[in-house]
Ligand binder design. Sequence first.
Ligand SMILES: [Zn+2]
Length: 392
Amino acid sequence: MDNTPVTDFLAHLPLTRPVLNDRERVFLAVLQGRVSSRSEATKRLSIRSSTVSEYVAELLDKGLLTEQISARSGRGRPLRSLGVHANRLVTIVFQVISQSVHAFMVNLSAEIVGHAKAEAPPDSDNQSLSAIFLQLYQAVLIKRPSGAELAGIVFSPGGVIDRNTHRWIHASRWPKMHNLDIQRLFSSEKYPISLSRTLDNELRIHLLLQPQSTLLLHWGYGVGFAFGQSSDRIVEGGSAFGEIGHWRVTDEGTSCHCGQSGCLETVTALWAIGPRLLGEDFHAGDDEEHIASMLKESDFTDNDLINQAIEHMSTAVSNVCRVFFPDRLVVSGPFVQNPQIWQAFCERFEQKNRFFGHEIRSVSVSQISRDLGIYGAALPVLEQGLAALLTD
Ligand SMILES: [Zn+2]
């Protein structure tokens, strides 16, 4: 991981909520590079100069802005330029990559300013994973830049989570882990703790870049979806959401992690079909990006396993489309990186999804990088932290 800010747009804290007040407008204008002095703020934001000065003084006082003498113009007053203290607020995002747990510290400019990781063997249980989380937390906390306030801690571990009870229910990489109470783990900390689905974080970025009703499907180790209309309108459901991987698709199916049998995942997910598809090249803990590169190069012509999976996936997604009627379908995960699979999936989906002559407007493969997903997790917490600083 490097510290390179993601894209210009995303590095400028695109809010998923409305702007709070003029104080925040001034701060965001400086962060976004639209304003670099008090007089520019007055002009560009149409706020009276005395009010701008008042806000700037407050933002300097709160440590969000900096102001430096940049030059002296003739005999006039020195020119002062405004800058942002991007490290004033940070958040910690826990994420699982391959067989490792990572803790990222992200600042207001979407930069990763701290990172720690630890390997968690496949036989790790609640106790050993808890120890790893606490160790990583301490390791990343000491990387906090001076003057930085921690706005909160986000767990985005993949698998099945229960947002209401703050429990990590299941992860196929660690079958011995079950119902891990994340909130209790950090009960001695004063920072807000939240659990967020990896897919929702990825969807948030898609919706910030293009606000239209979007169904994001993940087809990888697990199968699930997220849906939203705009970055502040992501459907949450009840304790969990979008777990179509555990829809029953056959009565005679093999048993699934969830305790049922015949689930969609048993005939489509990487954990179920990966070993038969990739043989010895398949390792259960492998990163999806690594699996994607293997799948990309493979020839699946007349492969019954893949054809069956495509059939099931296209049916399942068409059914979900009958519930949400999205304008756009985006698919992420390693399978759709293979051009043959992608083309076959699109053809089958197109046939099944036509509804009274209507078709979905756009179908594409997700291009959101892992770094952007991490930022998608951090964003709501950074926004809340900023709101708290600006409404004190
Ligand atoms: Zn299941």
